[in-house]
Structures are given as structure tokens and as C-alpha cells.
Design a binder for this molecule. Structure first.
Ligand SMILES: O=c1ccn([C@@H]2O[C@H](COP(=O)(O)O)[C@@H](O)[C@H]2O)c(=O)[nH]1
Length: 230
């Protein structure tokens, strides 16, 4: 897999989303991410309509349930021909293994979310009462995911070198929380620029608002690709 810039399509409106995509030249091989906001509203038919346009696809549903439920959900998603699917690593070893078993035979890579990039050390310690340093919690969850068959993780770019060290250099680290220098950070806590993510070894970056809310989304995407591919 080439190291993609994955565009997070977090739109409230499918028409707005299609208008956004229509700014891009037809031959631009986009890698798109649909998350809970659009999936809850528009469901599988919308995912299928975008897959049928030839886009690569990341379904970011962050599944987190008992192993049997997650396995059966993954068996269904396995038929959808999407490149990536997320579960929460904190669902535990059995749940991660069940998700992988559910995807067996499909093209879909299983990525486990470690610590959400919107959570920093303060939230981890005080709200979640996790008595670990954030980077230790992330690497612990990454190792759990690796040991139970996940193809990779979602983390911030800042943790990628540590994750690769406790897992393997080919264990995928896909990193949201990407902010070009001039962009607003918003609700993200553990952030990196596209260039930092590249030099830290990310296998793909996920970028939403810095592209989708830019006055010229295509230009914002091209600028990020240029910085990422330098
Ligand atoms: O830890 C995580 C896991 C997933 N995300 C998702 O990535 C995008 C980021 O969007 P921005 O607008 O660039 O902040 C969004 O869809 C999240 O659901 C994440 O940010 N962090």
C-alpha cells in the first residue's frame, strides 16, 4: 500500500459531500474515510456509491462490543470491499481477534484505535483514571492489537516510532490529529504536521477539517500531499 493521505469526510449532508468531491479531478485516486457521522445518517448505500466511484475506502466505525457481536458485524463488512476498518483496541484481546476472524478472506485491513488523538495526558489520568503515561498506554494497546491479529493501529504520529519498536516495522500506523502549521487544532490534543508524521514513520495520515473546511478543499489537499510526499 502506498502511504496515503486519507480524507475524513465528516459532512452532515451527502449533497455537500458530493460537491466537495466534485472539486477533485476525476483521475485523482482519493482515499476516503467515512466515520460515524455520515455512516449513521446515510449507511451502506452511501459507502457503496462512493466505492463504485473507484475511491479507496476506510470505514471508521470504531467498533467496541462483545466479541460475538463484533465478529458478526465484521463478517458483514467483509463483503463491502473496503480497505480499512477500525475497532477500539480497548475492547480487549478476544474482541480484536474476533474482529480479525470476521474479516477473514476479505481485503479489509483491521486497525485498532489506541488512545483517541482528542485525549491528552490530563484526560487519560483524570477522566479515564488510567495510571500510565499516554505513550505507555498507546504502546500497550498497540502491542495488544498486534498480538491478536490486527494489521495496524490508529494513534497520533508522535507515538509511531515507539509502536513500531514494540510491534514490527510493517505493522501499520495510520495517524489522524494532523494539522498543517497554520491550521486550527480544534478538539485534537496529540497533533503533528504532515511533515512530522512522515519523518516519524506514519503509514498514512487522516485529515478532515483542514481539507473539508478549507475555502479551496482541493488546493488544501494538494498542499498537504506536497508536504507529506516531500
Ligand atoms: O484517534 C482518532 C481516531 C479517529 N479520528 C478521526 O479522524 C478524523 C480527524 O478529523 P480532523 O477534522 O482532521 O480532526 C475524524 O474523522 C476523527 O473521527 C481521530 O481524529 N482520532
Amino acid at each position: 500500500m502506498n502511504k496515503p493521505v486519507i480524507v475524513a469526510l465528516d459532512f452532515a449532508d451527502d449533497f455537500e459531500c458530493i460537491n466537495f468531491l466534485n472539486q477533485f479531478p476525476k483521475d485523482e485516486k482519493l482515499f476516503l474515510k467515512i466515520g460515524l457521522e455520515m455512516f449513521c445518517q446515510f449507511g451502506y448505500p452511501f459507502v457503496k456509491s462512493l466505492r463504485d466511484r473507484g475511491y479507496n475506502f476506510f470505514l471508521d466505525l470504531k467498533l467496541h462490543d462483545i466479541p460475538n457481536t463484533v465478529k458478526r458485524t465484521c463478517e458483514m463488512i467483509a463483503k463491502w470491499d473496503v480497505q480499512m476498518l477500525t475497532v477500539h483496541a480497548s475492547g480487549g484481546a478476544e474482541m480484536i481477534a474476533a474482529a480479525k476472524a470476521g474479516l477473514d478472506g476479505s481485503v479489509t485491513k483491521l486497525l485498532a484505535v489506541t488512545q483517541l488523538t482528542s485525549l491528552g495526558q490530563t484526560e487519560l489520568a483524570h477522566e479515564l483514571q488510567v495510571p500510565l503515561k499516554s505513550q505507555d498506554y498507546v504502546t500497550h494497546l498497540a502491542k495488544l492489537a498486534y498480538d491478536n491479529g490486527a494489521d495496524g493501529v490508529i494513534s497520533s504520529a508522535l507515538e509511531v516510532p515507539m509502536i513500531k519498536e514494540v510491534t514490527s516495522s510493517d505493522f501499520l500506523c495510520v495517524t489522524p490529529g494532523i494539522r498543517p502549521k497554520s491550521a486550527q487544532v480544534g478538539d485534537q490534543k496529540r497533533v503533528a504536521t504532515p511533515a512530522q508524521a512522515r519523518s516519524l514513520g506514519s503509514d498514512g495520515i487522516v485529515v478532515g477539517r483542514p481539507i473539508t473546511q478549507a475555502s479551496n478543499g482541493y488546493q488544501a489537499y494538494m498542499n498537504i500531499c506536497e508536504e507529506w510526499n516531500k
